[in-house]
Design a protein around this ligand. Structure first.
Ligand SMILES: O=P(O)(O)OC[C@H](O)CO
Length: 200
């Protein structure tokens, strides 16, 4: 379902924000750090687990995703080709993934689900990086890439304020089940894609 295909559309929508960031003197690294701080704020909201905290957490996650796109667009606009910046961005994204899913899991005390979700999420990204490490193009797609995950977390956070439980289980628990199952499937899907490309 990857939303990553919408990147060209997002790039166009980002133009005024890129121009604004340039005027403010923001660098891509600063934007990456701000995005991470917002992810920590979202995780605290999810851990508090009140309807209002879920809504605030959801909005912060949407903002985190937006800034994740903005730092790359800003780097391209400023023609900054910084390997250190790329490293910082990816490392902060992974920590953001961990704190967001960790906050959701802690909020409902679903630690086993949290463990399976976090490993699925991290292995998805790892397989993309690993494909790049063996000389293939970095793979962002698949069933559940980061853009999809952030969109689902945001929508679930908002929905928690309206319908917190479905079929006797918290909506957050359903989301973590999805991340646990589809996250690992996406990792395997990326592995299979890379394996096929290398074997052909
Ligand atoms: O490999 P993904 O889909 O988890 O995405 C990783 C990147 O950090 C997205 O900016």
């Amino acid at each position: 379902m990857t939303l990553d295909r919408l990147r060209p559309l997002a790039d166009r929508a980002l133009r005024p924000f890129v121009a604004g960031s340039v005027r403010l003197g923001l660098t891509p690294d600063v934007v990456s750090v701000i995005a991470f701080v917002l992810a920590v704020g979202a995780a605290i909201g999810f851990y508090r687990a009140t309807p209002l905290a879920y809504v605030v957490g959801a909005l912060l996650v949407f903002l985190n995703g937006w800034l994740d796109l903005l730092d790359g667009a800003l780097a391209r606009q400023l023609a900054v080709d910084s390997r250190a910046g790329d490293l910082l961005d990816h490392v902060l994204d992974r920590y953001a993934d961990v704190v967001i899913v960790g906050g959701l899991a802690a909020g409902i005390e679903g630690y086993a689900l949290g463990f399976l979700s976090v490993t699925g999420v991290l292995l998805t990204s790892y397989l993309g990086t690993q494909a790049e490490a063996v000389g293939l193009t970095r793979e962002y797609g698949g069933l559940l890439g980061r853009a999809d995950r952030l969109a689902l977390v945001g929508v679930t956070g908002l929905a928690m304020a309206i319908v917190p439980r479905v079929a006797g289980m918290s909506l957050v628990a359903w989301l973590l089940v999805l991340f646990a199952v589809v996250g690992h499937l996406t990792a395997l899907q990326r592995f299979w894609g890379a394996w096929r490309d290398l074997s052909s």
